[in-house]
Write a protein that binds this ligand. Structure first.
Ligand SMILES: *Cc1c(COP(=O)(O)O)cnc(C)c1O
Length: 235
């Protein structure tokens, strides 16, 4: 597909997503600016990302370290693009992501915090992270347990170059998106107990995907991760 074909492919979908966000914010009494739209571009070519960038998007989410590295390097000329790593992260892949991604949403254990801090020091690049919690248990093995959160936060606070900004969860795809609401509300309630190293409340909640963004916005999401509703189905 050409860039123009991708513009065509993405343009109408993006408008539909943006009006869903606007309606959900209005219903929740929130400002659309307070909900960051992260376009999840996994398995879509760089040319599709370039088209989405041309249409105004700046935040892109990738799940695989090599794929993020390749695309970030190919799209280096888009200097204000922001990459979010949203996949499971292995320690030996951290070097591919640090220095390219500004945000890592999937930090879930002490070992990865230590590795990220070392890598951030080597790259001299500060890193914003979210702690991923495993709320439902069934959808993935990744994600920390709620009970481990205080010690993970303490470890981040003692790490000089990484900053915890909030929480993330991957929720199960349910037939009725409304059924995810209890998970989202639980994540928001847990966030309310979390503070940064200066004692300021953490604010970011990364939750909600194509099928349930309205439910996530109603529950307080500040970052929604939208793939297929923007780029079309993944083959
Ligand atoms: C793929 C993916 C998404 C996007 O899913 P869609 O249903 O296509 O919007 C969001 N978050 C994570 C962690 C993903 O892996």
């Amino acid at each position: 597909m050409t860039t123009q074909a991708w513009h065509h492919e993405i343009g109408a979908r993006l408008e539909a997503v943006q009006s869903r966000i606007a309606r959900a914010c209005e219903a929740a009494g929130r400002e659309p600016e307070d909900v960051r739209l992260i376009a999840v571009s996994k398995r879509k070519p760089s040319i599709a990302i370039r088209a989405a960038y041309d249409l105004g998007l700046r935040d892109f989410g990738e799940n695989y370290a090599q794929e993020l590295r390749d695309k970030a390097d190919e799209l280096q000329d888009l200097s204000d693009i922001r990459w979010h790593f949203i996949g499971p992260l292995q320690r030996n892949k951290a070097r591919l992501v640090v220095g390219r991604a500004q945000w890592i949403h999937t930090v879930d254990r002490a070992a990865i915090i230590n590795t990220l801090n070392q890598r951030a020091a080597t790259a001299n690049a500060p890193l914003d992270i979210l702690i991923q919690l495993n709320l439902a248990g069934e959808i993935s093995k990744s994600g920390a347990q709620e009970a481990d959160l205080p010690k993970l936060l303490d470890l981040v606070h003692s790490s000089s170059l990484i900053r915890c900004r909030g929480l993330m969860a991957i929720t199960p795809a349910l037939d009725d998106p409304q059924d995810v609401a209890p998970h989202f509300n639980r994540l928001r309630n847990i966030l309310a107990t979390c503070h940064d190293a200066q004692g300021e409340p953490l604010r970011e909640l990364s939750m909600g995907m194509s099928a349930d963004l309205e439910v996530a916005i109603a529950a307080g999401a500040t970052m929604i991760r939208i793939g297929s509703a923007i780029f079309g189905p993944r083959l």
